[in-house]
Structure formats: structure tokens, C-alpha cells
Ligand binder design. Structure first.
Ligand SMILES: [Zn+2]
Ligand SMILES: [Zn+2]
Length: 163
């Protein structure tokens, strides 16, 4: 990769929690343990989590929150810039920690729901070439490749890859 950026730098769960607390205070919004725990779950994860999965993981953090609280907090996290919202056309949104990555694409397994990330300079260049050939100034693009992941094709039972 030739971008020169620090690729994939992620905040730790603790840093995410602290950053969200600072942001909430700056917005004069209530800082609650539930909100901080939700920030910790999403920002500390390398996955693309649904709101349901966030709620489920809260349990393991010893916190509980209703669906409305989870959704409201996820929206605040997106607003704060700490979390990015994704719509892969599955009928629900997913959330991933904002990282210091220039841009990346996704592969979505339609069997187990696993999401993989990739970045390819050739694709980046290609989108510019295509845009220019249509007299179009390219700003951004997004690509989701849907298909079946290797584990599912090889008939993995799926129980250990329930995401
Ligand atoms: Zn799969
Ligand atoms: Zn991603």
C-alpha cells in the first residue's frame, strides 16, 4: 500500500470509551455507563456488528441496555465520528469502529453473515478511470461483494462462525 497513512490503526476499547465520554461532555449529553459500555463494545471490536450483536455483547461487559438505548447510542457514536455505519443491503445496519484507514471495501458472506475487508489500489485507480470516462469527477465509491465465504463453501458447521 502506498498511501503513506498508518493503516488500520485502531483505538482500544478503553480509548474509545474515553473519547466518547469526552465527546458526550462536549455536547452536554448525559454520560451513562450504558453509553460508555456500548462505545467500548463497538470501538473495541474488529467486527461489523449489528445492533443486536452489540446488545448481546453488552451482557459480557456486565451491562444491559434496551434496544432503544442501543440504537440511540449507536447513532450518537456515528455522529461523534468514532463509529461508521454500514448498510450492506441486508435490511439492517452494521457498525464498525472508525479507523485511520483511507478507504476499504467489504466482502459479505450471505450464508453466515461474515464480513471481510479488503483494499486494492487497482480498484481505487479503476474507479477514477471509469468516472473520468463518463466525464465524472469521482468523489467516493463503495463496493460490497456478496457471496459465500470459504468456510461456508467447505461446509463448516457454522456454529463457531455465527457472525
Ligand atoms: Zn460464510
Ligand atoms: Zn469495514
Amino acid at each position: 500500500m502506498s498511501t503513506g497513512a498508518v493503516v488500520g490503526t485502531a483505538r482500544t476499547a478503553q480509548q474509545g470509551r474515553d473519547a466518547f465520554r469526552t465527546w458526550l461532555r462536549a455536547q452536554s449529553l448525559p454520560v451513562t455507563n450504558q453509553r460508555l459500555a456500548i462505545a467500548e463494545v463497538v470501538i473495541g471490536s474488529a467486527d461489523h456488528l449489528s445492533a443486536e450483536e452489540v446488545a448481546a455483547q453488552l451482557d459480557t461487559h456486565g451491562e444491559k441496555a434496551g434496544t432503544a438505548t442501543v440504537y440511540r447510542t449507536l447513532d450518537l457514536l456515528v455522529k461523534s465520528g468514532l463509529v461508521v455505519e454500514r448498510d450492506f443491503g441486508e435490511g439492517f445496519r452494521r457498525f464498525e469502529a472508525a479507523r485511520d484507514v483511507p478507504h476499504h471495501e467489504h466482502l459479505l458472506c450471505t450464508v453466515c453473515g461474515a464480513v471481510q475487508e479488503f483494499r486494492d489500489e487497482r480498484l481505487e485507480r479503476m474507479t477514477t478511470i471509469i468516472a473520468e470516462s463518463h466525464d465524472f469527477a469521482r468523489h467516493r465509491h463503495r463496493l460490497v461483494i456478496q457471496g459465500v465465504c470459504g468456510a461456508c463453501r467447505r461446509g463448516a458447521t457454522g456454529t463457531d462462525r455465527a457472525r
